[in-house]
Design a protein around this ligand. Structure first.
Ligand SMILES: [Zn+2]
Length: 494
């Protein structure tokens, strides 16, 4: 596997040592983190994953998960060892079919030393055999696994993969997925993409899911439980699959009245944001107690509490908009969260405008007016909120306000060209807040740094002059738009 090395006389070797840094000459360990500014230990360096094949078996009675993960990757440097991120118990690791040594470090690092070093540019496969009880595992001070009376669910941000599969856990390393899960007959396993097949044998039903477009690890999801399944198609013929726990009680009707509008909403969003980026779509509502929703790729997770007070189409608009903003175009670094939440929130304003429940301008005016200058809301910079405020309401509300300020500045024609162009240019990739500012300047031909500094990077309430410059009307007290309450209810994602 290794390059053959020339045996050279010691004097020449000394010259070589002077000329070549030791790190280039000798295989070295991959970094234990990918370099994220908020979460330095997330992801890993030295390799890139292209595909995850997860073959799992899950027993709802005991919350016992057993699995074999096969990871297809390529080395980006000469690697003496590398890390995966994972929190369950590992029994065996193979690299290139040969047993590899492994050890645990920190709360989610699996450090793997292959039997021989891996050459830069070389494709390799890793097989990890594992098992565990995800609900009993806490890492990083929390759990990404939610236990339900009839199973369990992996859905969380910025990560939930640690609780069900080993990975390079950062949006910078996207991959395709095959997720195959065996569960007792009468129970379903829901995941991303398309259900390619399912079959029953000896009391166990195996569900085979395929997600064939690049997908970030935190957007991979698994839900096991007893579900009612509905199907539909979009105008373009894409398959919609929704799943509702049989256990939703009084919330079942409102959940369906919201999520069954998935095809209609995706069709409308396609006219605003450009073609839907993936091969399938839908949502699922498990019987968890959590009140948040999450844009898990192609199949959003909705906590039932979202529908406890009646239907909420706005939350479906938000999670579906994330398929373009967050899932297809993902953050480079978690500090870039505004390129996800600002846009998904603004999609709700656009939907409100279309439905005649308040224009985006009215929502922007009301947002500006409803938080007084001394409210902590204005202390959070949506463009770099800090890990502790990553999902603060300012990232959503002030984040959307920044987009209305941009729209007023460049006009509707350029604004909507920017939205569509951005999702096309960065499809299946990663981008930063700075990349967006640069792109908006390019399309509009206007300098926009000052505008974004005001609305994304100032830790105080922009004053009357700046509000007037953004065509907000702070002088009169705006009335509360009809859509306000549902939009706010959708944002409390956690
Ligand atoms: Zn969101």
């Amino acid at each position: 596997m290794r390059h053959h090395r020339l045996i050279v006389p010691s004097a020449a070797a000394a010259c070589l040592l002077l000329a070549i840094p030791a790190s280039a000459a000798e295989p070295a360990p991959g970094a234990p983190g990918i370099g994220d500014s908020y979460y330095p230990s997330y992801g890993n360096g030295g390799y890139d994953v292209s595909h995850y094949d997860l073959r799992l078996k899950y027993q709802p009675k005991t919350d016992r998960l057993e699995g074999t993960a096969t990871i297809v990757a390529k080395a980006k440097q000469d690697l003496s060892r590398f890390n995966l991120d994972f929190a369950l118990d590992v029994r065996e690791v193979l690299v290139g079919g040969k047993k590899a040594a492994f050890t645990r470090t920190g709360d989610h690092e699996l450090e793997i030393t292959p039997s021989a070093a891996l050459d830069s540019g070389r494709p390799f496969t890793v097989v990890v055999r594992y098992s565990g009880t995800p609900s009993k595992v806490e890492a990083g001070g929390f759990t990404g696994w939610q236990r339900t009376p009839d199973g369990g669910v992996a859905a969380n941000e910025p990560e939930s993969a640690w609780w069900w599969f080993p990975s390079n856990d950062h949006p910078l390393d996207k991959a395709t997925y095959d997720v195959s899960v065996a569960v007792p007959d009468g129970t379903q396993a829901i995941s991303n993409g398309v259900l390619t097949s399912n079959s029953s044998q000896l009391g166990w039903t195996r569900y085979n899911w395929r997600s064939s477009k690049p997908q970030a690890t935190y957007l991979a999801t698994l839900a096991v439980g007893k579900f009612d399944i509905t199907t539909d198609t979009t105008a373009n013929g894409l398959p919609v699959l929704n799943a509702y726990s049989k256990d939703l009680g009084d919330t079942a009707g409102a959940a369906r009245a919201s999520i069954e509008r998935t095809a209609e909403i995706a069709d409308w969003e396609s006219t605003v944001f450009g073609p839907y980026p993936f091969e399938a779509l839908g949502g699922y509502v498990p019987n968890v107690s959590a009140g948040f929703a999450l844009e898990t790729q192609t199949r959003s997770f909705y906590g039932p509490k979202k529908f406890a007070k009646g239907s909420n189409v706005s939350v479906v608009v938000h999670e579906l908009a994330h398929q373009w903003f967050g899932d297809s175009v993902s953050v480079k670094d978690w500090r870039d969260i505004w390129i996800n939440e600002g846009f998904a929130s603004y999609a709700q304003w656009l939907w409100s405008e279309k439905e005649g429940e308040g224009t985006a301008q009215e929502l922007a005016d009301y947002t500006y007016d409803s938080y007084p200058a001394d409210d902590p809301f204005w202390k959070v910079e949506p463009g770099n909120p800090g890990a502790e405020n990553q999902f603060h309401e300012a990232v959503y509300d002030r984040g959307a306000l920044a987009l209305q300020a941009l729209r007023n500045r460049v006009g509707d024609k350029d604004f909507f060209a920017i939205l569509k162009g951005w999702t096309t240019k960065n499809r299946y990739g990663n981008a930063s807040v700075k990349d967006f500012v640069t792109y908006a300047e390019k399309v509009s031909g206007e300098p926009l740094a000052a505008l974004f500094d005001t609305w994304l990077f100032t830790p105080s309430k922009p004053g009357a002059t700046q509000a007037r410059a953004a065509e907000l009307s702070p002088a009169k007290a705006p009335v509360r738009p009809k859509s306000w309450q549902k939009i706010q209810a959708a944002h409390s994602e956690r």
